[in-house]
Design a protein around this ligand. Structure first.
Ligand SMILES: [Zn+2]
Length: 553
């Protein structure tokens, strides 16, 4: 084992940030947490030396954390690239694919930078950059301005530009353009879609613009790029959907990479226990769901391909025009940008070694739809059993969710829109079997989301969202914390009032648990999931529900 692998990635990250100044791109990588004590702040930076060693070792932990450009060839790669390595003094390091492209490097056809996992960032500045990058990856600048994105994130445009520049080395527009180009490159390589479809799906407004930009950036036409990309070794994704849906044609087969280890089975087991009937299904550790995104509807089926460290996706072609936001949401739902080696190493040193060893790479599931996750959490908290809450959810979906023909067993409804639920109101919901307290909470929540006074998506302010869930919707702190953890995908959320967590840690009361959890920052949500997943007592569910009932009522 080389020296890099022996030491924790967190230790490796501490280096001299100035080294990167010379690359003209990478500056520093700094983690800390919004409301952390100064004493707790972990400063974690990547040095050139660390990058060099990561490249030498083809260390998969750094995949997507930085990219390496080779000055002699003008190609940039993932650190894991199987190609022959260039001399160290011919390497340049970049914090993002966009930063490498900005310096006129072209993506490698072998390791395919467009497939690399993203970066999970946690501190205040990087959180903003992360939220912005996340939305840009989701197509937020397709037909919209940077100013409108900034106002959506409650910051000034200049502040947003600075944050992105600092974290990813590029401007918002450069980032958006690279995302479009890399999605186009991936669709050219992995599908047989027509050029027009690829251009449209990647967010280009015209085929001419698409052609000229590909030529300008990658030095070849889209047709030549497709030929080059498909002539080398490429992964084939085997079909998963047996009963071919047809009317809309063959599903698109794409992949999403992650950093191993990845506790996929635990993740889908968790999602399975909370699946919205008709909307989500889990069978043989394969997750499927219906999708409504920007007016488009369809389905996606997801399976793990552990040896290749990627998820295999099958996507209905009807979702092609919303590919950017769809992939961004799936990354979040499955927590694919997590860096398990960093998170696990930290928690292992903080008293959770037993759990980490049992379940390395445990992820915190995000939300495909914030409202859906919140509604299910509220129903579950107020029900005597999960079967019962699933029954009630089923009635809500049947009454308020639109039907959808996917041809896949168990997937025949779209998740109800907040607008429809708000319109049904507490009385309508109670008529569907929802307990009065929960019906009120869900209706208020739906109404807030429908009129935009409340937001439940990543990048929203954590404290504001929590306060709104408690003050406006009348939820308890525990339930609000759990919802924020998933819907805002907040890695440091921690419901200290949760009795199951108190029992698992043998602490008495909220204050004691909160004090204990300090050492797990900024990844307390991961700690909570480890403790929940391990909790052997089925009683846990009962306790959680009783907590919830008390909180809502
Ligand atoms: Zn490469």
């Amino acid at each position: 084992m080389d020296s890099l692998a022996e030491r924790s990635i967190a230790d490796e990250r501490v280096g001299d940030p100035d080294v990167f100044g010379t690359s003209g791109a990478m500056t520093r990588h700094h983690f800390s947490c919004g409301d952390m004590d100064e004493s707790n702040v972990r400063s974690v930076m990547l040095s050139a030396e660390v990058c060099q060693r990561a490249v030498e070792a083809r260390d998969p932990r750094f995949d997507g954390i930085f990219f390496v450009g080779v000055t002699t060839t003008g190609i940039y790669c993932r650190p894991i690239c199987p190609s022959r390595r260039a001399d160290p003094d011919r390497r340049r390091f970049f914090p993002s694919a966009a930063a490498a492209e900005r310096e006129h490097f072209r993506p490698c056809l072998r390791c395919r930078p467009e497939l690399a996992p993203g970066r999970a960032l946690v501190d205040a500045v990087s959180r903003l950059a992360c939220a912005a990058a996340d939305r840009i990856a989701g197509g937020a600048l397709t037909g919209r301005t940077v100013a409108s994105l900034a106002s959506e994130l409650f910051v000034g445009e200049r502040h947003l530009r600075r944050a992105l520049k600092r974290e990813l080395g590029v401007s918002p527009v450069e980032l958006a353009q690279t995302h479009r180009l890399l999605l186009a490159k991936r669709l050219l390589a992995d599908t047989t879609l027509s050029m027009t479809d690829v251009a449209f799906a990647s967010g280009f407004q015209s085929l001419r613009r698409f052609n000229s930009l590909i030529l300008e950036r990658y030095g070849m036409s889209p047709t030549a790029l497709r030929r080059a990309a498909t002539s080398g070794p490429r992964h084939r994704v085997a079909p998963m959907v047996a009963d071919q849906p047809d009317p809309a044609g063959e599903p698109l087969r794409l992949t999403l990479a992650y950093r191993a280890p990845f506790a996929w089975r635990e993740l889908v087991a968790y999602l399975s226990g909370r699946a919205v009937p008709g909307v989500e299904t889990v069978e043989d550790a394969r997750y499927g769901r219906t999708v409504r995104l920007d007016g488009r509807t369809g389905f996606v089926v997801v399976d793990d391909d552990a040896p290749a460290r990627q998820l295999k996706l099958e996507i209905s072609p009807s979702l092609l025009p919303v590919m950017l936001p769809l992939l961004a949401r799936l990354r979040r739902l499955f927590d694919l940008d997590s860096e398990p080696s960093v998170v696990d190493a930290h928690l292992e040193k903080s008293g959770l070694a037993f759990h980490i060893r049992r379940r390395p790479g445990l992820r915190v599931p995000g939300a495909f739809e914030g409202f859906e996750v919140a509604m299910m959490a509220i129903l579950e908290a107020a029900s005597p059993s999960r079967e019962r809450s699933s029954d009630v959810a089923s009635r809500i979906v049947d009454a308020l969710g639109d039907p959808l023909d996917t041809g896949i067993r168990g997937l025949d409804r779209l998740t109800p829109l907040p607008e429809s639920v708000a319109e049904a109101g507490p009385v309508g919901l109670a008529g569907l079997g929802v307990a009065p307290g929960s019906a009120r909470a869900i209706a208020v929540l739906a109404n807030g989301l429908a009129c935009g006074t409340l937001r439940l998506d990543p990048g929203s302010d954590v404290k504001t969202a929590c306060r709104a869930l408690v003050d406006t919707c009348g939820l308890g702190e525990r339930l609000a914390g759990t919802i924020v953890m998933r819907a805002l995908h907040w890695p440091d959320a921690f419901p200290a009032s949760d009795r199951a967590l108190q029992r698992a840690t043998e602490t008495h009361g909220e204050d004691a648990l909160r004090a204990l959890a300090e050492q797990w920052r900024p990844w307390r949500a991961y700690a909570a999931f480890h403790l929940w997943t391990h909790d052997p007592a089925k009683r846990r569910d009962e306790v959680v529900r009783r907590n919830g009932q008390a909180a809502i009522a």
